[in-house]
Design a protein around this ligand. Structure first.
Ligand SMILES: [Zn+2]
Length: 438
């Protein structure tokens, strides 16, 4: 028997994740239906890892039931921009790799993550083993882009993980086709070209970047291979190029105010935006109380928290710059959401200012601080993320049976996504504490 805050159940065998899928009835909670934007008082029945019914006990249901009266149920959260390598802060880092990151993410209620740059064969090998048999790699489901498509010497080539470097349209087509053989979940393309005026205004000479024809060829090759493309952008001109080229998504929000014509363009093309507010948010250094939250303490080493505590804020150009840019980014978020541009949550975890698992909760809070509703924020980390990858990640019949039982309503306060009492992955109750044992 295993108990958390008065909820008890038998843990199947040795715990963590015992089978690929299970059946369980969750009785008495309020369902947070992010697709419809409704709170529904109904029981939820998961059979063989998928949501089978909402409401009445299905007559042929064979599975245990868990009384979760007075709680809230949300779909499991997903982080659609991570690098499953490490947690790093200022002068401190913790090498983790995809195995530990998958576990820590699941502990934090993040049941799926999309890795957008890693050592290609290594991350695909991990993903494939996990996909074939989740028992071998318990934790959040890993999705991966593999290597990024980038200009020789450009952004994306500075890491130990080799990029697929391209300088002509022909190379881009060849590289994307070759990558497609390994079935990446998305193709990640770096498109961060600056205009001559923007170049003149930067301190450092910019890295090389691919030209428009090469970029367009990469996007087209991804689409022809049936793969979504996710484009790393730096400026609004890059966003415009990506939308016009037919890219599925752009990631990062430029720090300058969004031009109205770009909002209209994105709304027309339906290009997904993965804003990664968390990685541009200095709160871990400006608000030390965040370092005391129970999720933070469970998910980070003392050295990581110490390095944030010791960061010298006074006179920090980085903090001032990020805070100023965040005002623009919040305004951009309001405009994009008002225009109906699809938003998908991603944190860029693996970089300084982020923590795997924890930062997704911050991302949702930042969206609400920007002016989005808690419903919009939750949709970005559930159903919208599912749409990007072709999965059903809501609370509808047939959707994946991975849900979180929360102790308080995330609609009343989005910060309540951190009040996780139970994580269910494909119908199996996850032994959260065991995930952090190793
Ligand atoms: Zn990234």
């Amino acid at each position: 028997m295993h108990c958390v805050v008065g909820l008890c159940w038998s843990v199947w065998g040795s715990g963590v994740v015992l089978a690929q899928s299970g059946s369980i009835g969750l009785v008495g909670a309020t369902l947070v239906d992010v697709e419809k934007g409704e709170l529904v008082r109904a029981d939820l029945w998961i059979r063989d890892g998928k949501i089978a019914a909402i409401g009445e006990h299905p007559p042929d249901f064979e599975g245990s039931t868990l009384d979760v009266s007075g709680r809230w149920i949300v779909p499991g959260l997903r982080d659609m921009h991570v690098h499953a390598v490490m947690n790093q802060a200022f002068g401190a880092q913790e090498m983790l790799g995809p195995g530990k990151i998958a576990k820590r993410s699941l502990f934090a209620g993040v049941v799926g993550v999309l890795d957008l740059l890693n050592t290609e064969n290594f991350i695909f090998g991990f993903r494939n083993r996990q996909r074939e048999n989740p028992l071998t790699s318990p934790g959040a489901e890993i999705f991966a882009a593999g290597a990024v498509i980038a200009a020789p010497g450009g952004h994306g080539t500075e890491y130990p993980a080799p990029a697929r470097e391209v300088s002509r349209a022909k190379d881009a087509r060849r590289q994307v086709r070759d990558l497609a053989e390994k079935r990446p979940d998305v193709v990640k393309i770096i498109h961060d070209r600056l205009t001559p005026e923007q170049q003149a205004a930067t301190f450092r000479p910019p890295r090389p970047s691919i030209d428009e024809a090469t970029f367009a060829a990469a996007v087209k090759a991804a689409s022809e291979a049936g793969l979504p493309s996710v484009v790393h952008v730096r400026t609004w001109e890059n966003v415009r190029d990506a939308a016009r080229a037919g890219a599925t998504a752009v990631t990062h929000l430029p720090s300058t105010p969004v031009p109205p014509e770009i909002v209209d363009l994105l709304a027309t093309t339906g290009t997904v935006v993965i804003p990664t507010l968390a990685v541009a948010d200095p709160s871990l250094v400006t608000r030390p109380e965040l370092l005391e939250s129970s999720l933070m303490v469970r998910l980070t080493s003392p050295a990581i928290r110490e390095s944030y505590r010791n960061f010298e804020i006074d006179g920090s150009r980085m903090v001032d710059g990020l805070e100023r840019a965040m005002k623009n980014r919040f305004e951009t978020m309001r405009k994009l959401s008002r225009a109906g541009v699809p938003l998908v949550a991603g944190t860029d975890a693996g970089n300084v200012l982020t923590v795997h698992g924890y930062s997704l909760h911050r991302e949702l809070t930042l969206m609400v601080e920007a002016g989005l509703s808690p419903w919009q924020a939750l949709a970005s980390a559930t159903v919208n993320a599912g749409e990007l990858l072709g999965r059903g990640w809501g609370l509808e019949s047939g959707d994946e049976g991975s849900v979180l039982v929360l102790g308080a309503s995330p609609i009343e306060d989005i910060g309540n996504t951190e009040t996780i009492e139970v994580v269910i992955q494909r119908g199996i109750v996850v032994d959260r504490d065991r995930l952090l044992d190793s």
